[in-house]
Design a protein around this ligand. Structure first.
Ligand SMILES: Nc1nc2c(ncn2[C@@H]2O[C@@H]3COP(=O)(O)O[C@H]4[C@@H](O)[C@H](n5cnc6c(=O)[nH]c(N)nc65)O[C@@H]4COP(=O)(O)O[C@H]3[C@H]2O)c(=O)[nH]1
Length: 859
């Protein structure tokens, strides 16, 4: 106590003063307490009586009191060695307290220890406070170090003073390595001076500064960081520190930068290449040391450059069409393997053996390519980075993140483009032949016609219809029909120029629009086309020869717009078809006149049916042996108020074409039955009535019920009615047809096969169709008297009929010779002008009356 030694206060006074503020006690050398001041007693919570005589160890925690350390402690005191320090002791209630204590041995003159003087201060509270503070600090530094946010404290000159563990983890430097460095120059060397000045100014003014910047770490690794700096000022208002937080926002920033721009471009419907170029440019902006390229892998497995804005065009052109494979540079190989290919040394890597001469002169040493996959995992492209310098691992990690962020955008853009193409394909192309469909054909033709109009050039429009396509479809099945259409389409396209437009309208109807083609040129092309189409095709193991009927309309003479030209080419095609198979015909005004007439007639027929202007005439059918009436055939007649008499040969096919034939059949059935019933009511012996029904009438599953109702409504029996059908009914693919025919037969109505011998001549249908009557076509009858073959055929048909138990009716008997021959051949029934023309009901009644009287001629 140098200070005390020099003062005027006596040692006793000093001790008294100490005694007032400190705990003081005296122990025997063996540790027995012999004196304690009030502070000491109250510190430990003992009365003087309780305390004195206690051993020092009873003031200590048992664990310490029993330890060797404790023994040593007293041994040292007894040896005359003083001790001072922190000591944990135990109060009378067992609680612990912390003392800052000094133990001083008091020696006699011989140097023996007489007593040990202890002076102590209770520092329990202070200690607790200190500990709490320490824990708090520890927790704080834990927060700073455990956080992924990098924390940096710099001084007023922006020199680094502290970095947390998060900073070291992110950027690689420990505090020792960068202590005192200029923070911004170290972390963001690319930052321009103006940027640094702006940052500095904000802090100096006491504002927090915030920016998003690329920061570079110890090994060159780069991050996109959000940097927030807050200035700290001391009490004197001086800027003393800056606390800076750096958060790694690389992933979100890359996504944001790339996605934002790429998606925006897609939303704006920018073309695919623009979207992909934008991705490349953005990637190169983020990582200027790389050059990006995006290639598509087409359906044939060939590379197609899509975007590489920083690569020379002729380099990309040389890659165009290169097939992917196991050693096709980085991209071709990556696509082949469906995995990333990293080549760091193009000059020596065998994958680049065939391509290095293209890329080395550009200064690239490496190329890293990643496959772009569609949602099914198929490779649809590659995304590649070319680089000029070796890359550190840190740069690689950064690039990887760039690839991750970009590849799925590329997938999105490519898949989107493919679906757009698919939609376009579905909307504008025929799925079967791949040819433009009606809409696209129309649009392209409109353009071609508009261009031809400007240049005053001719355009030919061809309407091409395959002959007997329906038969192929019916006999060989739809897949074969489809194949036929595909092959025919291929052949057509092979004959056309690139500027010609060909498309499929529907079924077997094709259209070709030939710009700059006059009538002679069109005829040439059509002839070539027809010759090519007529070459045999093998379909479903069957060799087929197909012919096509072609109609031609010319711009501008036949029409000035596609609609008119198409309609006229269609008319011309019908004309061609009617002249036989494999013909072509140019549109003519005569055709147009006929078509117009047809339209007028069609409307008139509709009206006639509606207004009941049609009538039935009846032609008698006569039993040749007895001359008796066998039945009558009802034949439709139409006398138009202005157009006059119109032949069934004209209006029946028209009714077929315009969908009126079913109505006509219904009307004929009900009118014929009504008439038969009326005659019977008059007492006329008419055995039966035959009604012609066209194949379409049998589509109606309700027909049998309708017939039954009509018969019942007229009190007729099923055998009173004969339904005449033609062989065409067998070409009808409608699933209802056979069912309806069988039901009509099942209810007892007779079925008669009309015009027998003229159709497709397949006798097998006689087994399939439940007919009870054959009508020998009148062409055989007409030739009977001068054609041996006709005689033989009529004989044969009669034979067939007899052997199948069918009545054979000879039609069109006009002469007595025919009558005689048929009788001699044994024909049971005949009808024809010889007996009577078809007659109006009243005329028929007169005819019948005469015939009954036996005056009917030749019967
Ligand atoms: N040259 C000549 N012809 C004779 C002779 N005897 C009768 N014909 C004619 O031969 C046709 C016989 O009728 P089809 O073969 O069923 O041929 C009919 C039939 O297929 C159809 N047709 C007539 N009426 C109807 C009908 O109500 N419905 C349907 N679906 N078709 C009908 O129209 C075709 C033509 O009918 P039409 O002009 O009435 O012609 C009738 C008739 O007038 C003759 O000795 N010589």
């Amino acid at each position: 106590m140098t200070e005390g030694a020099g003062s005027a206060i006596s040692p006793l006074a000093q001790l008294a003063a100490l005694s007032r503020v400190m705990a003081i006690a005296e122990f025997e050398p063996d540790g027995t307490l012999i004196h304690a001041n009030d502070n000491y007693l109250s510190l430990f919570g003992f009365t003087r009586e309780e305390a004195l005589g206690r051993h020092h160890s009873s003031f200590c925690l048992p664990a310490y009191a029993n330890s060797d350390d404790y023994g040593d402690f007293w041994a040292r005191l007894r040896g005359g060695e003083a001790h001072s320090g922190l000591a944990e002791r135990m109060r009378s209630d067992g609680s612990s307290c912390w003392l800052e204590a000094t133990y001083t041995p008091v020696l006699d003159g011989a140097g023996r220890v007489l007593q040990v003087l202890k002076i102590a201060t209770d520092i329990s509270e202070r200690l607790l406070l200190e500990r709490a503070q320490q824990e708090h600090l520890q927790r704080l530094s834990l927060v700073a170090d455990a956080s992924d946010t990098a924390v940096m404290i710099s001084d007023g000159d922006l020199r680094i003073a502290y970095v947390n563990a998060g900073f070291s983890r992110m950027l690689g430097w420990s505090l020792e390595e960068i202590h005192g460095e200029q923070a911004l120059a170290l972390l963001a060397p690319q930052l321009p001076d103006a940027g640094i000045a702006e940052y500095d100014a904000a802090l100096r003014e006491g504002h927090s500064a915030e920016r998003e910047e690329i920061v570079v770490g110890k090994d060159g690794q780069r991050y996109w960081a959000k940097i927030i700096s807050n200035p700290i000022f001391d009490e004197a208002g001086r800027w003393s520190y800056t606390v800076t937080l750096l958060t790694d926002i690389t992933r979100s920033k890359m996504h944001e930068a790339l996605q934002h721009r790429a998606l925006e471009a897609m939303a704006r419907e920018q073309p695919l290449t623009e979207v992909l170029e934008l991705i490349c440019q953005e990637v190169e902006r983020i990582a200027p040391e790389i050059t990006a390229s995006i290639l598509e892998v087409d359906d044939q497995g060939r590379l197609r450059p899509l975007a590489a804005p920083s690569l020379p065009q002729d380099y990309c052109q040389q890659l165009d069409g290169v097939p992917i494979g196991p050693t096709v540079g980085s991209c071709g190989t990556a696509a082949w393997r469906n995995q990333t290919v990293r080549v760091d040394d193009i000059a020596h890597d065998p994958l680049w053996a065939d391509y290095r001469q293209l890329v080395l002169p550009l200064g690239f040493i490496g190329c890293w390519s990643t496959p772009i996959r569609d949602s099914q995992g198929r490779v649809i492209g590659t995304f590649a980075f070319y680089f000029r310098k070796p890359r550190t691992e840190a740069a690689l990690a950064f690039h990887q993140r760039l690839v991750d962020a970009s590849a799925h955008l590329c997938t999105l853009a490519l898949e989107r483009e493919r679906s757009r193409q698919r939609i376009r394909q579905l909307a504008f192309y025929d799925g079967l032949t791949g040819m433009p469909n009606r809409s696209l054909l129309q649009a392209k033709a409109d353009q071609a016609i508009a261009a031809a109009a400007r240049q005053e050039e001719p355009v030919a429009v061809l309407f091409i219809d395959l002959d007997r396509f329906k038969q192929v479809n019916d006999s060989l099945g739809h897949p074969a029909g489809d194949e036929l259409l595909r092959q025919a389409a291929d052949r057509m396209q092979s004959q056309l120029r690139a500027s010609d437009i060909a498309g499929r309208l529907s079924g077997d109807e094709f259209v070709a629009v030939l710009p700059q083609c006059d009538a002679d040129g069109a005829a040439d092309i059509v002839e070539r086309l027809q010759t090519l189409l007529a070459q045999p095709m093998t379909i479903a193991n069957t060799v087929l020869t197909v012919s096509a009927s072609v109609g031609i309309a010319m711009f501008p003479s036949d029409g000035r717009d596609m609609e008119t030209l198409l309609q006229r080419a269609d008319m011309a095609m019908y004309q061609a078809k009617s002249s036989g198979r494999g013909c072509f015909s140019f549109f003519s005004s005569e055709m147009n006149r006929l078509a117009q007439e047809r339209l007028v007639l069609e409307n008139a027929l509709r009206e006639a049916l509606r207004k009941g202007q049609l009538h039935l005439h009846y032609q008698p059918q006569v039993e040749l042996a007895s001359g008796r009436l066998y039945g009558v055939e009802a034949l439709a007649r139409w006398r138009h108020p202005e157009l006059g008499e119109i032949s069934p040969a004209r209006f029946i096919p028209l009714a077929e074409e315009c969908g009126l034939v079913a109505d006509l059949g219904r009307w004929a059935l009900s009118e014929a039955c009504r008439q038969l019933a009326a005659w019977r009511a008059k007492g006329l012996a008419v055995p039966a009535v035959a009604v012609n029904l066209s194949p379409t009438s049998f589509h109606n599953l309700d027909l049998p019920r309708m017939i039954a109702d009509t018969l019942r409504g007229n009190a007729l029996m099923p055998e009173d009615l004969t339904v005449e059908l033609t062989e065409n009914v067998l070409l009808d693919t409608n699933p209802s047809t056979m069912k309806t025919i069988e039901e009509v037969h099942a209810q007892g109505v007779r079925l008669s096969m009309d015009d027998f011998g003229t159709g497709y001549s397949s006798l097998s249908y006689l087994r399939r169709l439940p007919v009870s009557e054959l009508k020998l076509d009148r062409s055989f009858v007409a030739d009977l008297d001068h054609d041996e073959a006709a005689r033989a055929l009529s004989n044969a048909i009669l034979g067939i009929g007899k052997s199948l138990h069918l009545t054979v009716v000879a039609e069109g008997v006009e002469t007595a010779t025919q009558h005689l021959m048929l009788r001699e051949q044994g024909y049971p029934v005949a009808q024809g002008y010889l007996f009577s023309r078809p007659l109006a009901p009243l005329d028929f009644e007169l005819w019948l009356a005469e015939a009954m009287e036996g005056v009917a001629p030749m019967v």
